[in-house]
Design a protein. Structure first.
Length: 401
């Protein structure tokens, strides 16, 4: 019985072994066929037209980027000093450039001028009383030793003179005070600058201390950059900075002061940058900028040579057989369409500058001059340049190590 069972199992084992052998053979043939097909496709694929440029060594200007608000370096509140007067006229508005002492607004001065007239009349009255008291005192002084008058009359005359002099002094002070109050009916600019806020309208009754205008003193603005603790160690007073307006145009500036503390939530410090005057620069803008570090030797490539794939930057290096090698690079800072390459390239390497976005590793290419590329393949080249420039931009503000 056992012999019979063994004889039945042998064909089953043989069949399973043959089945496995056939499966392995099929897999091997499939892999071989796929490899041959891909090799044929690669060999039959037409060579892409590209332009190349050698990697040059030169003086790099490293730096780092930051963002921040534009603020007035110094501003002033122009407030009313009158009590309950009606605003009669406004001579300035938001955006106007004003000079120190310029009249910005005027209040009704009828009651103020009436008070001024009364103060002037009181002074004249006090001066007349003083003249009378002086004449009386002078007469008493001449006859005081003759025995014709008593000592009490002498004391009374001299005291009257002193009181009259005090009344004149008080009247003069009251007049000066009223003159000052009358001058408050004209609101003057405290310094040169530009009006940033207007808070009142004609006809409003204004109380003392109420702000009428807000003034950016000397029209001087600063950029308050938010800088990380690491980059803050690289900043020093007088350091050159470029602040970029919304249209991409740069405005020059220099570091004036470094904030002494870091913000606890972001761990960033404030760097105060004096920026050059520019008609498009406005307080309240949120702008990006770049701090320039000391120049150093290094390698650079055009931004359009960079290809961003899987979160890494690559370039395509041309070899002797007109094939390209996809090469991973580590970037530093960038400026003027050039990006520093810290690692991955050597001086003299020829990198693809147009058409890189359409390439794969070990592709065969046809190299043409820059002018020919622009004439024949400009749409393709422009698309590649735009894509790579936008992809490479984040690496442009890193500090190279």
């Amino acid at each position: 019985m056992s012999v019979l069972q063994s004889s039945r199992q042998i064909p089953v084992l043989i069949s399973f072994t043959k089945l496995m052998q056939c499966a392995l053979l099929a897999v091997t043939l499939s892999i071989f066929y796929t490899g041959v097909t891909r090799a044929q496709e690669r060999s039959e694929r037409p060579a892409l037209t590209v332009t190349v440029q050698p990697v040059h060594a030169g003086q790099m200007t490293p730096g780092f980027g930051a963002t921040g608000n534009v603020r007035a370096w110094h501003d002033a509140s122009v407030s009313a000093q009158t009590n309950g007067l009606r605003l009669k006229a406004l001579y300035a508005d938001v955006g106007d450039r004003v000079k120190a002492g310029q009249v910005l607004a005027e209040f009704e001065d009828t009651s103020s001028r009436g008070d001024l007239t009364q103060a002037q009349a009181r002074l004249r009255q006090a001066q007349a009383s003083l003249d009378t008291a002086k004449r009386n005192a002078d007469r008493i002084r001449k006859i005081r030793h003759s025995g014709a008058i008593s000592q009490s009359e002498v004391d009374q005359a001299l005291s009257g003179e002193k009181n009259a002099m005090a009344d004149v002094t008080a009247a003069q002070a009251a007049l000066q005070t009223q003159i000052q109050r009358t001058s408050y009916t004209k609101l003057l600019a405290p310094s040169d600058g530009i009006i940033s806020i207007r808070n009142a309208v004609i006809g409003a009754v204004v109380n003392p201390g109420q702000e009428i205008f807000h003034l950016v003193v000397d029209n001087r603005l600063e950029w308050q950059a938010q800088v990380s603790a690491r980059n803050l160690m690289l900043v020093h007073e007088g350091m050159p900075v470029q602040v970029y307006l919304p249209d991409g145009r740069g405005v020059a500036g220099r570091v004036r002061q470094i904030g002494p503390t870091l913000e606890e939530q972001t761990r960033q410090g404030i760097v105060y940058v004096d920026v050059d005057p520019d008609p498009q620069l406005r307080a309240g803008m949120f702008l990006r900028g770049r701090f320039a570090l000391a120049p150093r030797p290094g390698l650079s490539v055009p931004r359009q040579a960079l290809v961003l794939r899987d979160g890494f930057n690559f370039v395509f290096v041309l070899k002797a057989d007109n094939k390209v090698t996809q090469t991973k690079v580590t970037l530093g800072s960038g400026a003027n369409n050039q990006v520093e390459v810290i690692e991955g390239l050597r001086e003299g390497d020829r990198v693809v500058t147009q058409g890189a976005a359409f390439l794969n590793d070990q592709d065969t290419v046809r190299v043409v001059d820059q002018g020919d590329m622009g004439a024949s393949d400009s749409p393709r080249g422009n698309a590649s340049d735009s894509s790579q420039d936008s992809q490479a931009q984040p690496g442009a503000d890193r500090v190279g190590n």
